[in-house]
Design a protein around this ligand. Structure first.
Ligand code: GDP
Length: 230
């Protein structure tokens, strides 16, 4: 596909040679568009039908989900994320150039929420995951410093059972030295082998330094409706 990869153009956290220069550039252009807030839902019946491919973002509270969304979208960012006070239990939908919909799932694993709230989260997200044919991939964000926690494993099981493909994205990789980071990746990859719906490649990102962000954009861009040519 396209032009050959530019040697040395990948960030240290990317996968060298995985993307050609024109794929990285096409993805940059897609994510440079203003992400338009579509709606926030608290009940599954509120989710409108759509024929635009969706990418969902999931992870424990504080994993760096808002920061990653903002890094992907550049300085325009998202005006509204599930971190916004009062909106923590919503699923928020954002349109990107009518070619891709970004779905911000509420964070889980927050110590101070009640059992009822956890059940509410699980129910809403589960219903969304089970019925959503447009959903192309869920990015399950994991803090590179902490690795997989039990609540992440529960989320993985939920995704396996919903037969929804997902990919692990490590966040805050700037906080971990290269060697332990590589080991963390290997450990997670070994665990992923036991999960049917998991993508084998663990993406490494830092919203602070921008490492891994162009490659993640290219990964997601490949799942979007192609750009009109000419
Ligand atoms: P969310 O609750 O998952 O949306 O997490 P936030 O995006 O609000 O980030 C939680 C905390 O982690 C904030 O203090 C961020 O500044 C910090 N953080 C997020 N991403 C990074 C990163 O890539 N590197 C570092 N060092 N800190 C980060």
């Amino acid at each position: 596909m396209g032009e050959p990869a530019i040697p040395g153009a990948m960030s240290p956290l990317g996968t060298p040679g995985e993307f050609a220069a024109d794929e990285i550039e096409g993805a940059r252009l897609l994510f440079a568009q203003q992400a338009e807030f579509l709606l926030g839902v608290v009940r599954v019946e509120q989710i409108p039908e759509s024929d635009v491919p969706e990418i969902a973002f999931a992870g424990r509270s504080n994993v760096g989900k808002s920061s990653l969304l903002n890094a992907l979208l550049g300085r325009r960012g998202l005006a509204r994320t599930s971190n916004t006070p009062g909106r923590t239990r919503e699923i928020n939908f954002f349109a990107l150039d009518g070619r891709l919909t970004l779905v911000d799932l509420p964070g889980y694993g927050y110590a101070r929420v009640s059992k009822n709230q956890v059940e509410g989260w699980t129910r809403l997200v589960n219903l969304y995951l089970k019925g959503r044919v447009e959903l192309r991939r869920t990015l399950l964000l994991i803090d590179a410093r902490h690795g997989l926690k039990d609540s992440d494993r529960s989320a993985m099981t939920m995704l396996d059972e919903a037969a929804q493909p997902y990919q692990i994205v490590l966040t805050k990789c700037d906080k971990v030295k290269a060697e332990p980071l590589a080991r963390r990746c290997e450990d997670i990859a070994a665990e992923l082998a036991k999960h049917g719906a998991a993508h084998p490649h663990v993406a490494m990102t830092s919203s602070r330094t921008g490492d891994g962000i162009p490659e993640l954009r290219a990964t997601l861009s490949a799942l979007a409706i192609p750009a009109q040519r000419g």
